[in-house]
Design a protein around this ligand. Structure first.
Ligand code: SAH
Length: 481
């Protein structure tokens, strides 16, 4: 057989918990065969690969295991690298071992690359260490899945004697049968217990109680979730400041990864809902002769400038006779990526601050060109005009409001599950408002960077948290408790 299969652990849900080896493999894969619990962001690491969804949604028609095996065999037959991407660790439940054995019997080379298992990571992300000296010195990971006849195959007396931390996977629908089994086997009803729903993912919930109460307290919890029983469940350690909170980012597709990363670092769940689209414009010849100032008013305009240069067979050296100014840290960072240090980079974000920094430095013979969206925010042009500096705008792209929420984001917002929706422009506010005309403003708080976003949110009567810039640091400052 020509091709080979790698069973790759995708981790518990947060895409940041993929291994480095996993990333390498995704970038090299020819085919990715993936499950329901795999984050879409991981699939984006493999744009080159053919993707086959064999997600086993409970209740809906699952792809039977035999069919999955067959798909793997067929794909391997085509040669190349087939990645079997499985939630958590492939060899912990989820039938990874069976897939490996099936392939091996048929002469297909199959390797396993471990992943971070949800059993431990979901628990940890809810502040519960699996073991703790003096409280628990063993961990047992058990499936709450029933056999075809509906019976649980769990040795409850053995487990209740074993003590330690008991972690049940696939036990949402059988939770009361599991806790009932432990109670009947004589386990102390006051033993602490916890359910962690969507561990490490947006919308994560932690519910704590005791063996006797957890079944009722966790009514309404949906898969994926784990049930843990043991003394460690009374702990809540190192919970990140935004743990359990959820943010929706409205930046254009492909932007906002730094913000998402920073929010996740603080423990928040993050959904991406692009609410504006950038459409590139083709300007006339760029003023590169100098002397003069090119003012880049957004990271997008900096990125677009280099695309335009490249299209003309030029590179950063073509800017050598111009002076460059940027409105904020994101734009400055984009320029730095191209090896250029802006001549004027104000400490504070925004047109007003830039005007203050720029005005004393512009010489009379230096024209000022404002590069950015077709609809520029007025602060900078107004300040320049007021100071008698002549300027000209060169639109590099237009921003179009848009909003195409997935079912998941729609239901999150409608049930009030998002704490913050983050906007960096009036267009994004418009896009969001058009996408959710019926949404009650009570359901979320709009985090608005910049005057245009704030004004647009204000006219709609939304609850607003102003951020002093769209940088990840300033957004975090605005929302941190
Ligand atoms: N191989 C996987 C487990 C597969 S079984 C792993 O190592 O994690 C699927 C079960 O895992 C779910 O029913 C649920 O109990 C658990 N699970 C998976 N992802 C989870 C998450 N993000 N939060 C809580 N439980 C999760």
């Amino acid at each position: 057989m020509k091709g080979k299969v790698v069973l790759l652990g995708a981790g518990p849900g947060d895409p940041g918990l993929l291994t480095l080896r996993g990333r390498e493999l995704l970038q090299a894969a020819d085919t990715v065969v993936y499950d329901r619990l795999v984050s879409p962001e991981l699939l984006e690491l493999a744009p080159q690969a053919r993707k086959i969804d064999v997600g086993k949604e409970q209740g809906r028609h699952p792809v039977p295991q035999e069919a999955i095996n067959q798909i793997l065999l067929e794909e391997a037959g085509k040669g190349g690298l087939v990645l079997r991407l499985k939630g958590g660790d492939p060899y912990l439940f989820g039938r990874g071992g069976e897939e490996a054995a099936y392939l091996e019997e048929r002469g297909v080379s199959c390797r396993e690359v471990p992943g971070v298992t949800s059993a431990l990571a979901a628990l940890a992300s809810a502040g519960i260490p699996a073991t703790y000296r003096g409280l628990s010195n063993s961990v047992h990971i058990i499936t709450g899945h029933t056999r075809d006849n509906g019976a649980l195959e769990i040795d409850f007396p053995a487990l209740s004697r074993a003590g330690g931390t008991l972690i049940f996977l696939m036990a949402v629908s059988t939770m009361k049968a599991v806790t009932g089994g432990l109670l009947s086997a004589g386990m102390n009803p006051a033993t602490p217990a916890a359910v962690v729903e969507r561990g490490t993912c947006p919308g994560q919930r932690r519910i704590t109680g005791t063996l006797a109460t957890i079944g009722d307290l966790a009514e309404g919890v949906e898969s994926p979730a784990i049930l843990a029983v043991g003394e460690v469940c009374r702990l809540a350690l190192g919970l990140a400041p935004l743990s359990g909170r959820t943010a929706v980012i409205t930046r254009p597709a492909g932007r906002g990864a730094d913000l998402a990363g920073a929010l996740r670092q603080e423990g928040a769940g993050v959904f991406s809902l692009p609410c504006l689209e950038l459409r590139p414009l083709v300007p006339g010849p760029l003023p590169l002769e100098g002397p003069g100032w090119l003012v880049l008013t957004s990271p997008e305009s900096a990125a677009r400038l280099f695309v335009l240069l490249e299209e003309q067979g030029l590179d950063a050296r073509a800017l050598g006779r111009m002076k460059l100014a940027v409105t904020g840290s994101g734009t400055g960072a984009e320029l730095s990526r191209h090896g250029i240090r802006p001549d004027c980079w104000p400490e504070q974000w925004g047109g007003g601050a830039l005007a203050q920094a720029l005005l004393p430095r512009v010489k009379p013979e230096e024209p000022v060109w404002l590069l950015g969206a077709s609809r520029l925010s007025p602060a900078l042009p107004e300040a320049l005009s007021a100071a008698g500096v002549s300027w000209k705008a060169i639109p590099l792209y237009e921003t179009l409001p848009c909003c195409r929420p997935t079912e998941e984001v729609r239901s999150l917002l409608e049930r009030g599950g998002a704490d913050w929706v983050i906007f960096a422009s009036g267009s994004a506010v418009e896009g969001f408002a058009a996408g959710f005309p019926e949404l009650s403003p009570e359901r979320f708080t709009a985090v608005c960077a910049g005057a245009s976003a704030q004004a647009a949110a204000q006219t709609r009567g939304w609850r607003i948290l102003p951020a002093s810039s769209p940088s990840a640091a300033d957004i975090l400052d605005a929302i941190r408790p």
